[in-house]
Design a protein around this ligand. Structure first.
Ligand code: UVW
Length: 315
């Protein structure tokens, strides 16, 4: 079987580009100039949040083997009614709860050290740095930095004239460029790229069984010209409404998640996965504005492989 090492032998890397201690990779492209370019994209004052609801009635789509968040009350009115609790002095009562979840079990940002091959993480860090928590390239440096810039939404599903891309559909570079043309919008270097597939409608409308059947998400996969384009355009972050931001496997070799290797590990591109893009996409289709200010930061969890985020975009 072909290995990632063989597939990506001549693929570009950004290792060392921002020094030997860097942990945020291509987010370095989001300089103050890029933040202001994002601000300039704000024209109407419309606000959308891109996080999926955790603990919603239908559950949430997660990578096979993970489970969705579980939120539980530790106390509420019933605790007072059963006289297990007394009100605070003055009469105030309160409900409390906690959540157990995979840090990557909902809308989230992957740490750059989340995946690796050949025993090396982003920037060449040793894969043993992941043992007992990521001591290099965890999500924390990204959480401390924040992600702010101009984002462009490419509604590939709408461009293809479907509600949702088919299981395993491969989004090509041509799809991306032609979709931008069809939307009458221009992808500019350092844009945060958001791709809509509509794929989560299978989970929410047809149910988990259909969603996980012969599980192959639609999305981009390893193609030399695609990787070169992301490299040349200096894309800082990629977000999609799929679990893994890419077609689950590379069709020719069967390699799983090659873009986690080529884009995240090698180029240091931040992955924003499991986005809710339906509302902003509908709005953009009606007003023709596909670019906006993106503001987000994963929650600050030390040593974590990823962390939840509820990005805000402003048009
Ligand atoms: C894996 O890489 C397995 O998961 P995710 O798509 O959450 O990054």
């Amino acid at each position: 079987m072909t290995t990632l090492h063989e597939l990506l032998e001549s693929a570009p890397k950004n290792w060392g580009r921002w020094g030997s201690t860097d942990e945020v990779g291509s987010l370095n492209f989001l300089t103050a100039t890029e933040v202001l370019r994002g601000v300039q994209a704000v024209r109407q004052g419309k606000v959308f949040t891109l996080g999926l609801t955790m603990g919603g009635p239908k559950g949430e789509p997660v990578w096979p083997g993970r489970t969705g968040p579980v939120r539980l009350n530790t106390q509420d009115k019933a605790s007072y009614m059963a006289e297990r609790l007394s009100p605070l002095p003055g009469g105030l009562e309160y409900a409390d709860d906690y959540i157990t979840m995979f840090l990557q079990g909902s809308t989230q940002i992957d740490a750059l050290g989340h995946t690796w091959y050949d025993d090396q993480l982003w920037n060449g860090y040793d894969a043993r740095e992941t043992i007992d928590g990521l001591s290099k390239a965890s999500v924390l440096p990204i959480a401390e930095r924040g992600i702010v810039g101009r984002a462009i939404l490419l509604d590939i599903a709408r461009y293809k004239g479907v509600g949702a891309l088919d299981r395993g559909y491969e989004i090509t570079l041509d799809d991306i460029l032609n979709c931008a043309k069809a939307q009458n919008t221009e992808i500019i270097a350092h844009d945060i790229v958001l791709l809509r597939t509509g794929w989560f409608s299978v989970f929410f409308e047809q149910g988990p069984q259909k969603f996980y059947e012969d599980f192959v998400e639609p999305g981009m996969t390893y193609r030399e010209e695609l990787i070169d384009w992301f490299h040349k355009m200096e894309i800082p972050a990629l977000g999609t409404d799929t679990i893994a931001n890419e077609r689950t496997t590379h069709p020719q070799t069967g390699i799983a998640l090659p873009l986690h290797a080529a884009l995240m590990r090698n180029l240091g591109i931040a992955f924003n996965e499991i986005l809710w893009l339906e509302d902003v996409a509908r709005d953009s289709a009606s007003d023709g504005q596909w670019t906006f200010l993106y503001v987000g930061a994963p929650i600050k969890v030390a040593k974590a492989t990823g962390a939840p985020i509820n990005p805000v975009v402003v048009k």
